[in-house]
Design a protein around this ligand. Sequence first.
Ligand code: XMP
Length: 206
Amino acid sequence: MPATPISSKGITVTAGRPDLVPPKWRREIQSVLIPADKIARRVRQLAQLIKKDYKNSDLVIISLLNGTVLFLADLIRHLDIPVKLDFMGVTSYRTNTLPGKPLVTKQPQLELSNREVLLIDDILDTGKTLNFALGVIHAYHPRSVKTCVLLDKPSRRVVPITADYVGFRIPNHFVVGYGLDYAERYRNLPFIGVLKPEVYATTPIL
Ligand code: XMP
């Protein structure tokens, strides 16, 4: 029987597992939405899809800081094709969990004109950040631009945008871990967890 093709559109995750939260995180994390082993499997699959699509090109990866660092590090070690790597800084979360207007804090440094670009972000939520970052990249006149996000919260979309490669489609929870933060904390969690609402209700963002 032929193997089922890997989908680029994301694995749907519906419910978190409170029982999987390590005891030392139970005061702050409500449930584990995506455990580390499931993340690792899916990241390998995304790398396979990307490798296949870019096997004959000289790919430039632009990764949005800071939430993508763990995802990016895991993804690129499975990409055994020539890639160049650069970073772009965009801030959008300026007050609590409510997005503000996106601003560029770091421009890419590599030559992007006439290049194949893959833009990576941690999570596609309202779509404002990715849409804004795409606008910035397009101004460099690349040959092509595709997008890859680890997480997608389709129910929150304000800007009609979809990513070309999606790890997981998740419900509308504020999630942390595996690079994602609240007030710069929790990036080091090896899993994606749902943050307890009382944490963001009572802890001021930096
Ligand atoms: P937008 O709404 O512009 O958001 O698509 C994208 C950026 O917002 C951040 N974001 C989150 N960060 N948990 C986080 O830690 C979340 O649930 C979440 N939702 C959005 C993130 O920085 C992303 O790049």
